[in-house]
Structure formats: structure tokens, C-alpha cells
Design a protein around this ligand. Structure first.
Ligand SMILES: Cc1cc2nc3c(=O)[nH]c(=O)nc-3n(C[C@H](O)[C@H](O)[C@H](O)COP(=O)(O)OP(=O)(O)OC[C@H]3O[C@@H](n4cnc5c(N)ncnc54)[C@H](O)[C@@H]3O)c2cc1C
Length: 118
């Protein structure tokens, strides 16, 4: 059995981030996950031929200088992101709420009442 400096339990964002930073600091790290896919609450899994998001629907930290952007750049990860506008499109029956990505537009839209009928 191999020895490691640190064992990190769980490959959710927390465990992945801890393992990455520990390894970057020079520690030998083993990352243990009980499921057969990484990501935890922010993972994606397949069942009965369909693809499901386990939880997270929004990603933050991708702006210039922010944590995920820094990791993607530093480790040259094959991750591509595109900021959508609107960032959210809520639909319920015939009602629809579009949520713009820009804060000022968001305030303006909600101030004037933003629910539209299809
Ligand atoms: C429905 C939903 C929507 C969300 N939406 C957003 C969003 O839009 N934006 C956002 O930023 N966040 C969102 N979140 C929150 C975000 O997903 C979580 O905060 C984040 O993923 C938690 O990461 P974590 O590493 O702390 O824990 P987890 O993701 O829970 O990871 C823990 C991991 O440990 C594993 N594990 C547990 N016990 C053991 C063991 N004994 N041995 C081995 N492995 C083990 C688990 O299988 C899991 O993979 C959402 C969460 C949910 C549930």
C-alpha cells in the first residue's frame, strides 16, 4: 500500500479544490470518492439514458482573476465557458422571466415588472 501525505475524502468542489491546492503545495494526495463520478452536488450523472445535473446550475468565479478562471488558466484545463445573456430563463405555464446578466439591467427590469406572457 502506497503512503500519502494527505487523504481527501470526497471529490465535490471542496475536495477537488483542497486536493488541487495541497498537490500544488508539494503534498502527495489521494482523493477518495464513493461515487463513480466526481463533482458531488455539482456533478453530472447518467441514468436510464438521460443526463442529470445533480445540483448546481450556476457557476461563478469564472471572471478575470477569480478562482476558477485562475485554475483553468494555470492548469490549462480544457474548460470553456460562455456567459449567457439572459443568464436565466424561468418559465411557468405561460409566464416567463428573463434574468439579464448585467446588474444594472437586472434592477431596471425588475423595477418595471418583468413577467411576460408567451
Ligand atoms: C439542488 C442544488 C442546486 C445548487 N445550485 C448551485 C448553484 O447554482 N451555484 C452554486 O455555486 N452552488 C450551487 N449549489 C451548491 C453547490 O453545488 C455545493 O455547495 C457544492 O457543490 C458543495 O461542494 P462540497 O465539495 O462541499 O460537497 P459535495 O458536493 O456534497 O461533495 C461531497 C462529496 O463527498 C463524497 N463523499 C461523501 N462521503 C464520502 C465517503 N465516506 N467516502 C468517499 N466519498 C464520500 C460525496 O459522494 C460527494 O461527491 C447547489 C446545490 C444543490 C443541492
Amino acid at each position: 500500500m502506497k503512503d500519502y501525505d494527505v487523504a481527501v475524502i470526497g471529490a465535490g468542489f471542496g475536495g477537488l479544490g483542497a486536493a488541487l491546492e495541497l498537490a500544488r503545495g508539494g503534498a502527495s494526495v489521494i482523493l477518495l470518492e464513493m461515487l463513480n463520478y466526481p463533482g458531488g452536488c455539482a456533478g453530472t450523472f447518467n441514468k436510464a439514458g438521460y443526463r442529470f445535473e445533480a445540483g448546481a446550475t450556476l457557476s461563478s468565479g469564472l471572471g478575470p482573476g477569480q478562482l476558477f478562471r485562475r485554475w483553468i488558466d494555470e492548469y490549462q484545463l480544457d474548460v470553456h465557458s460562455e456567459i449567457l445573456d439572459p443568464i436565466l430563463d424561468f418559465r411557468c405555464g405561460s409566464e416567463r422571466i428573463l434574468v439579464p446578466g448585467n446588474r444594472e439591467d437586472l434592477i431596471k427590469q425588475f423595477s418595471k415588472g418583468s413577467v411576460s406572457k408567451e
